[in-house]
Write a protein that binds this ligand. Structure first.
Ligand code: A3P
Length: 307
């Protein structure tokens, strides 16, 4: 048998298997062989445990603020490049490896993070594979080219525990935000094989009753400290949204770019969108039913209008 020095060997290997140039990271702590060679300074509880999935406009920034108020929860370190979002799963950051990701997420508290990059329309199939392998979940798009995803989705429903997929899990707990009519990105629905680890929330309700939403999240995560958000959030009439209550009874709200006032949607556009999302909404309701998740109020209302 012939071999080569390591670098030449690597070049040879990747010339034979070019598709493997692109890494697909998995949780090193899920596989004993990986764990055994993992540096002693690195521990398995440093990775984020909570993943928040929500397309743009679903209230992710507000949720980020509210989660950050909880003593048991902490976000990733703010990154100058990406603000609150690490942007790990897309672009060059993924190539920086899980060590880079781990540094940004270092903590012993429950870390949460938002991977908004998974909603990029132009490369979501690609990212999908990374998330799929990383956390053993698939996306199902209700917009755009859905057929591939629909097949995957049906496969998952029929085979709820494919062992080869489960082997690759990162074991996150996941919060998914749903909002009526996704405006800027395709509405992606996240189907997790470990359904018990998925909590679906109504983005509309986050606007009107954020404290109840936070109660649900705390229960879902079985947090040691249960915080009464009714006492630490206050409705700001000027802003027209719920904000953080700070000293002296004042409120700290999100900036001007979040929580803008819009005129009501005209009935024609409303009717068009209702028709456009009709079948998807029916599918969504069936799916949520199967998952034992409650239907968001807006979805119930949509279904009433569905003939
Ligand atoms: P606008 O950005 O159109 O004003 P995201 O951060 O995911 O992009 O979502 C932004 C949207 O969150 C806002 O829409 C607003 O409708 C919604 N939102 C929900 N709760 C909010 C809050 N407490 N303060 C501000 N915006 C909130």
């Amino acid at each position: 048998m012939q071999t080569l020095p390591p670098v030449q060997l690597a070049h040879k290997y990747f010339s034979l298997f070019p598709s493997e140039r692109d890494p697909l990271w998995q949780d090193p702590c899920e596989d004993k062989r990986h764990k055994d060679i993992w540096s002693k300074e690195k521990t398995c509880d440093r990775f984020p445990k909570l993943l928040i999935i929500g397309p743009q406009k679903t209230g992710t920034t507000a949720l980020y603020l509210f989660l950050g108020m909880h003593p048991d929860l902490t976000s990733n370190y703010p990154s100058k490049e990406t603000f609150e979002e690490i942007q790990f799963f897309n672009g060059h950051n993924y190539h920086r490896g899980i060590d880079w990701w781990e540094i940004l997420t270092l903590s012993c508290k429950i870390r949460f993070f938002f991977p908004p990059e998974i909603f990029s329309t132009w490369n979501y199939l690609y990212i999908d594979q990374r998330i799929y392998l990383n956390i053993c979940c698939v996306f199902y798009s209700f917009d755009g080219p859905v057929s591939f995803k629909l097949q995957t989705f049906l496969f998952i429903l029929e085979n709820p525990d494919p062992p080869d997929l489960l082997a690759a899990t990162w074991g996150f707990q996941i919060v998914l935000l749903l909002l009526q009519f996704s405006t800027t990105a395709p509405a992606l629905i996240f189907i997790c094989l470990r359904l018990a680890q998925l909590l679906v929330l109504d983005g509309q309700m986050l606007k009107t009753e954020p404290a109840s939403i936070m109660d649900k999240i705390q229960k879902f995560l079985s947090l040691a400290n249960v915080i009464n958000y009714h006492k630490i959030l206050a409705f700001d009439p000027k802003k027209g949204f719920w904000c953080q209550l700070v000293e002296g009874g004042k409120t700290k709200c999100l900036g001007k770019s979040k929580g803008r006032k819009y005129p009501d949607m005209d009935p024609e556009s409303q009717g068009f969108l209702r028709e456009y999302y009709r079948d998807h909404n029916i599918e969504l309701s069936k799916l949520l039913y199967r998952m034992g998740q409650p239907l968001p109020s807006w979805l119930r209302e949509e279904l009433v209008h569905t003939r």
